[in-house]
Design a binder for this molecule. Sequence first.
Ligand code: SF4
Length: 730
Amino acid sequence: MRTAHRTCPLCEAVCGLTLTLDDGDNVIGVRGDADDPFSKGFVCPKGASLGRLDQDGDRLSTPLIREGGEWREASWQEAFEAVERGLSAVPAPSRAIYLGNPNAHTMAGALYAAPLIRALGTRQVYSASTADQMPKQVSAGLMFGHSLTIPVPDLDRTDYLLMLGANPLESNGSLCTAPDFPGRLKALRRRGGRLVVVDPRRTRTAALADEHVFIRPGTDAYLLMGVVHTLLTEKLTDVRVPVGGLAELEEAVSGFTPEACADACGVPAELITRLARELAAAPTAAVYGRIGTCTVEFGTLAQWLVDVVNVLTGNLDRPGGAMFPRPATEGPRRRRPYATGRWHSRVRGLPEANGELPVATLADEIETPGEGRIRALITVAGNPVLSAPNGARLDRALAGLDFMVSVDPYLNETTRHADVILPPPRVTQAGHYDFALLGFAVRDYVRYSPPVVPLPEGRPSEGEILARLTMIASGQGASADPALLDELALDQTLRRAVETPGSPVEGQDPAGLRALLTGSNGAELRLDAMLRLGPYGDWGGRALGEGNGLSLTTLLENPHGIDLGPLRPRIPEGVLTTASGAVELAPEAILADVPRLREGLGRRASGFVLIGRRHLRSNNSWMHNVAPLVGGSNRCTLQIHPQDVEELGLAGHAVIRSAAGELVVQLEPTDTIMRGVVSLPHGWGHAGTSQLVAAKNAGVSANILTDESIVDPLSGNAVLNGVPVTLVPA
Ligand code: SF4
């Protein structure tokens, strides 16, 4: 037996784990890493089941090729040659790629997806982002200059936290990396702070709060508009950062009185006013809105207003407020105007955001004839048949592609349409660094986990799989050496660094710097370069003081991770990259969407609406094949208020219908949900899969009901919450 340390890759909390392995390299025990300075030994049921996921017998271990409707195992070379034949038959504009959410949790996704997209030469780029957080990225881009300049609540120091549409006691947080999020919320209350949760359900997080406010799904923008209106009209503002557009903001919110907003969101006007006054009066405060406020028709407006409140109350970029993390691999960001809509989707004319088109229009682009129609698709760690709106239509569309290749460990609802499946290795066989998630951490922190279990001879890592796909897509063939891609990326990184004025290595020789890098593979070498060039790096980073810089070696010497300290104000050092250099409170694109919100003012919504929900032992569709994580309270049921059950004459099961489809669902009456709202978790509806546990606990897919024809117009994000539905007895 031996122990090994690694970061948990299963959610955004990045907890340190200590694994016990037997002499056959099987994980036989998982506990929280007590020496990790950030997670301090915390582990949740998902992390504790990492071994079961890692050794799941239903994971694919060799490539599969589908011929004549039958799957057969293939060698890696044979599989890559099949990909070369399939992709080369399709012109670049008709190729597409879909990146699933796990790409945010892997080094392969962070380092190799972008070159693959460039090599494909297509604008048909889709990801789970447009079924999740794209509104936050668009609002951050428009307000702060970059889609990843996202402030996070300073959880450990704030005196007041207003949380909307988030349930971290189940999800462990999102766009806010905080191991033991529940413990941090309890600590907030213990030190005399106040936690207010706004949610259509009395979630476990709401139950922990000082106050829970029920809100009509999808209407958080109205509540926040009422708060902003109160702050401005009662002169409760205390702006401490450079801003532009204050006058335009005041004009835009006129008429959004708490009284006018109350009907639209179902929150009483006095309560909206009180929340504004409390936020203004608190010594420090932060507003945090997450998926329930993103995946709605006013998603970007809601995210904009979250940060408008943080600015107006003087809480942006100050301890205890909403702050910008400083991740160890952050590169220079240039000051330039941020814009969406640099191109539009072919069929519906939806705007691009951050180089992506909305996943809500993927089926349109596959089905609709004409130049540029998608004929070949690459999916990487994604299951959009279960996670995208109107998954049933997408399921049919995928069946009509000329060619599809999936990088995925499972034969599932999406990958069953592939011609070739390329399975990545086990979790423990991959090195781990959270390039994306450490950029949202509530403390600056860094940790690298090398592979715990060696890769078998001839087995490519996930990064090598993506690199070989990149070589194929760029015309270099199935036999090209993937290491060339890493060398190219290193050369570009180093050249850019030496040519950047003010860079710590300005004017130096890239070849000399390359010779100094260490790492046992291309991904580690690239990580080493980014760490050394970063704000704490040993090539001149100033954040830790001289002679104290980070490199891959430093991280390998500190397997439990390194605490880089509490978040510090970053606006004075130039974190804002808007053209003006200030926080833009009233970006033109946002103001142009306000009239749409105004139309609903004073309108009282009626009828039933559907929302999703999270569960501690689930994460999207990833973990339904791990027996200890399914069953019990983690079930695919429709939560509904008991009085609604009675009024509708329902019992046991019901038929639920939307504009997109209908399902028969098992009812779970509970008074924790507000009347007129029903909740169904997503990621279920397992069918056509080799995942035996998941198949036994199939559930139904909530995305049979979600409507792909409606999106948040600014970000193209799917509307997965607040979906109008009707219910009748089954
Ligand atoms: S909270 Fe997230 S990162 Fe931590 S152990 Fe659980 S799944 Fe892993």
